[in-house]
Design a protein around this ligand. Structure first.
Ligand SMILES: *Cc1c(COP(=O)(O)O)cnc(C)c1O
Length: 437
């Protein structure tokens, strides 16, 4: 009987307006202003209202049943109506539709933080006694999630350095397959982070794709998930290079104003549907206010990231030849070699987050940081303002010395995220701070 019901009216989500005009495919920057929202469904309000409600009224009992069939997975493709704010909401759905545009993803989900997105991904796709293969290093909390929390459920991991060659990646996958067979589990996921923090080492996603396709039968291929927080969605589109799932800390460039915490997961429905079901159970969806703020942020994403990228090139060009600088880890200055080859195949920009090595040690790095006047001394990245920090003494303080040395996290390393200020002002600030060293 439910099949004969007309669709719920009025449509809360308008059919996407055509993304082509006069033969042109509209660019994501254009679509960020209106895609997926019809003002006429909300009193003409040009911007979407913030829907502060915990639950949604059904038009009748049969519609309620139909919506729950979508929520529980009895009917494929997710709910076609709004049900309860732990599952979905208008602000979050508009945000998911717009976020998917950048990566040309089939489906997208938003979360209360980057880490809740990552945790929900693992809970959805990793089972007891499975093996995770990952590039190293990972964001510290992600490493803890894999090595300490999933380990409680018998999950083990195999890792390879971010800059591993295609042959090394294939070898680690083969070893993981053997380990999984011995444990009675599967290789559940190939999890990547590129560029790695704070080394900026790039992972060859195309080589990972090839290794999975050659090493695993079609029905046992694990998904390739990649944390694209540092370069996405403007400068890197890993779904185009063979990744199955893309993850974001939307707290960084996507939010872009250092005023919210959120996460995103994007990819084909096949991989996203189980993650949505897990999110429905544990409630890791972002709240409507944060979703609204992110919609505003996405309108300026390309402007902000482009300006930050241009600023970073100018600042790095100044810093590279400064007598008090020992080196600089910026993707725009890669020497010829495997890393530059990956950069040219995978990236359309060098980003605005880089590593600066001050001549000296911790004392010199601290003097530089304390002397900065425009750049703020804080962790995080991707905001409108320039930030600087010392990973060895801050974000990576708890990493054992031996591992720090292997990753090149030295005491004189300063991590910088360039914002959208005037580039000459930033150069003047870095120049006077270096004078104080
Ligand atoms: C910040 C960050 C995260 C975690 O995101 P939160 O929004 O802080 O939970 C994950 N990965 C990378 C690369 C990050 O920079």
């Amino acid at each position: 009987m439910t099949d004969t019901l007309p669709p719920a009216t009025p449509r809360r989500k308008p059919k996407p307006a055509s993304t082509r005009i006069a033969g042109r495919n509209l660019s994501p920057a254009t679509q960020m202003m209106g895609f997926g929202y019809d003002p006429m469904l909300s009193e003409g309000s040009l911007k979407p209202p913030i829907f502060l409600t915990s639950t949604f009224a059904f038009e009748n009992a049969a519609a309620g049943k139909r919506h729950f069939e979508g929520i529980t997975g009895k009917r494929p493709g997710g709910a076609d109506g709004l049900v309860y704010s732990r599952f979905n909401g208008p602000n979050q759905e508009i945000l998911e539709d717009r976020l998917a545009i950048w990566d040309e993803a089939e489906d997208a989900l938003v979360f209360s933080s980057g880490m809740s997105a990552i945790a929900t991904l693992f809970l959805a796709h990793v089972g007891q006694n499975d093996v995770i293969v990952h590039s190293a290093p990972l964001y510290a909390a992600t490493e803890t999630m894999v090595a300490k929390i999933l380990a409680r459920y018998g999950v083990e991991y195999c890792d390879f350095p971010a800059e591993a060659s295609p042959a090394e990646i294939a070898d680690v996958l083969a070893a993981a397959k053997a380990l999984a067979a011995k444990k009675g589990g599967r290789v559940a996921m190939l999890y990547l982070e590129s560029p790695a923090n704070p080394t900026n080492a790039l992972v060859d996603v195309e080589a990972c794709r090839a290794a999975i396709d050659v090493g695993f039968a079609i029905d046992e291929r694990p998904p390739i998930a990649i944390d694209n927080t540092f370069l996405g969605p403007l400068w890197s589109r890993p779904l185009h290079h063979g990744a199955d799932i893309v993850l974001y800390s939307l707290t960084k460039y996507a939010g872009g104003h250092s005023d919210l915490v959120a996460g995103g997961v994007l990819g084909a429905k096949r991989w996203i549907d189980p993650i949505r079901s897990m999110r429905n159970i544990i409630g890791t969806i972002c709240d409507p206010n944060t979703a609204w703020m992110l919609l505003r942020s996405l309108e300026t994403l390309e402007l902000r990231m482009s300006r930050a990228g241009e600023n970073a090139l100018r600042v790095c060009t100044f810093l590279r030849d400064h007598p008090k600088v020992a080196g600089i880890g910026y993707l725009g200055f890669l020497p010829d070699g495997a890393q530059k080859d990956i950069f040219e195949r995978h990236c359309t920009g060098a980003g605005s987050t880089f590593s600066l090595f001050i001549k000296g040690g911790e004392a010199e790095a601290f003097r530089f940081l304390d002397a900065l006047k425009i750049a703020k001394l804080a962790v995080s990245l991707g905001g409108t303002e320039t930030l600087a920090s010392a990973p060895a003494a801050m974000t990576h303080l708890s990493v054992p010395d031996e591992r720090k040395a292997r990753l090149g996290i030295t005491d004189n390393l300063v991590r910088i995220s360039i914002g959208i200020e005037d580039a000459d002002d930033l150069i003047a600030d870095f120049a006077q701070a270096l004078d104080m060293v």
